[in-house]
Design a protein around this ligand. Structure first.
Ligand code: HGY
Ligand code: MN
Ligand code: MN
Length: 430
């Protein structure tokens, strides 16, 4: 590895080689996909297992003890000067959405490992341990509910999700067994507040703000909460050529009216509300048959929990009215609810200090995207460092981070780690 240059506060950084190592590993991990021509790596797939094995190897190369936990998270530990000390936990997720970008999630895991590897190269041990965790299911693509890995670590995993089924009808319980894990053993993944000094995640911004500010990094103020719903409209399938329009109970036409109403409601809201229907399925799904049943998902978010909950209630009322007028049966369930997670001021201050020391203007911004910190906040104070991504594009194959920005993010994270001061009075801070 290239020679190190020491920059203030005893922090040694590689000349951009952190960024180079990170970009190389992003590409290597990004090649592990269930699809040949796009990146899709969902929870408990064989591709997720292959990705876990690669990450565990990187962790061990950085002199971390590393293992797969009871729900499929990859966990690495770099002991401090005093073995068994509480840890500063770093991490992100290593699952992806469908047809994903390769930076959303893996950048945080890989950057954390590269920072530990840099400390290890210098033989540096800190007064606390560092743990790096790759969460196995942040996106919630396979089983509708999300943050499954971080909720298990936080001890808030809801066992009822074990009976949730994926698109092929496979339950989470069966998928865990096929992956080599014991569904009745998930509790073993839980950690305690005493063991964690804080949880810190580096992640791409997934939006255009840092690019507009001409900044490579930013400090996250809070992670916006989200409500996910599953809707099913049931009408009457029929012959496309013989049933007069006035006699139809067309489930897909009803769903289309609902989707238009959701979009219109969110577009006219002036408080930052966003609503998305990301998945729809019409049955029986033939050109010449009036759709009898339609299922679709709804994702609602807003800067505050109150705003989001009021908006969800209004949207539910509109969908109910449409279904009633069209004589469609409606099944509407909340499949996932995450409250807004504020980032801890004492942690934000240490990130701001590191950003300033690296020579960048300190800029704070909220996260519209959800992150594992929303679960981890139940057992630790949380904070996030955002890294600029090109055009703010994410959840898309064009997602990209410039090498210099990946390197900037790594240098800031490394500086936070090396200068980290646990909060006064933390149970485990020695
Ligand atoms: O949906 C989200 O906000 C995150 O990317 N899972
Ligand atoms: Mn994502
Ligand atoms: Mn993410």
């Amino acid at each position: 590895m290239e020679s190190s240059t020491v920059m203030g506060a005893g922090t040694a950084v590689q000349d951009a080689s952190l960024g180079e190592e990170i970009a190389r590993r992003i590409n290597e991990l990004g090649a592990i996909s269930e699809d040949a021509d796009k990146l899709t790596r969902i929870y408990l797939s064989k591709e997720l297992r292959a990705a876990a094995d690669l990450i565990l190897t990187w962790m061990r190369e950085a002199s971390m003890s590393a293992h797969l936990d009871a729900i499929g998270n990859v966990c690495g530990r770099y002991e401090g000067a005093r073995p068994g000390a509480p840890c500063l936990m770093l991490g992100s997720h290593y699952d992806t959405v469908r047809d994903a970008g390769k930076w959303d999630g893996p950048l945080g895991v890989i950057t954390a490992i590269s920072c530990v590897a840099d400390l290890n190269r210098r033989g540096k041990r800190l007064p606390f341990a560092i743990e790096v965790i790759g969460f196995a299911d942040e996106e919630g693509v396979r089983f509708a509910s999300t943050l499954l890995g971080s909720r298990a670590v936080a001890g808030t995993f809801d066992d009822s999700v074990l009976s949730a089924r994926d698109r092929d009808g496979v339950s989470m319980r069966d998928a865990l067994v096929q992956f080599g894990l014991d569904p009745d053993h998930i509790g073993a993944a839980a950690r305690t507040r005493r063991e964690l000094l804080a949880y810190l995640e580096l992640h791409i911004e997934q939006g255009p703000v840092l690019e507009a500010q001409h900044l490579p990094v930013g400090v996250v103020t809070a992670i916006a909460g989200a409500t996910r719903l599953a809707a099913r409209l049931t009408g009457m399938a029929g012959h496309a050529g013989t049933v007069p329009m006035a006699l139809r109970r067309d489930a897909l036409a009803g769903a289309a009216e609902c989707i238009g109403a959701i979009e219109q409601f969110c577009r006219t809201d002036e408080g930052g509300l966003v609503g998305t229907v990301g998945y729809i399925q019409a049955r029986p799904g033939a050109t010449n048959v009036i759709p009898g049943e339609v299922s679709f998902t709804i994702d609602m978010r807003a800067p505050t929990d109150m705003h989001r909950k009021l908006a969800v209630a209004d949207v539910v009322r509109q969908i109910e009215a449409i279904a009633k007028r069209r004589q469609l049966a409606l099944q509407l369930d909340v499949t996932h609810e995450n409250r807004t997670a504020p980032c801890a001021p004492w942690l934000k201050a240490q990130i701001a200090e590191a950003i300033g020391a690296e020579g960048y203007r300190v800029f704070e911004l909220p996260s519209g995207a959800g992150h594992d910190g929303m679960a981890m906040i139940d057992i630790a104070d949380v904070a996030m460092i955002f890294v600029r991504c090109r055009g703010g594009i994410s959840h898309h194959p064009d997602e990209h981070v410039e090498l210099a920005d990946a390197d900037a993010g790594a240098r800031v994270l490394l500086r936070v780690i090396e200068n980290f001061r646990p909060r006064e009075g933390h149970a485990g801070a020695g």
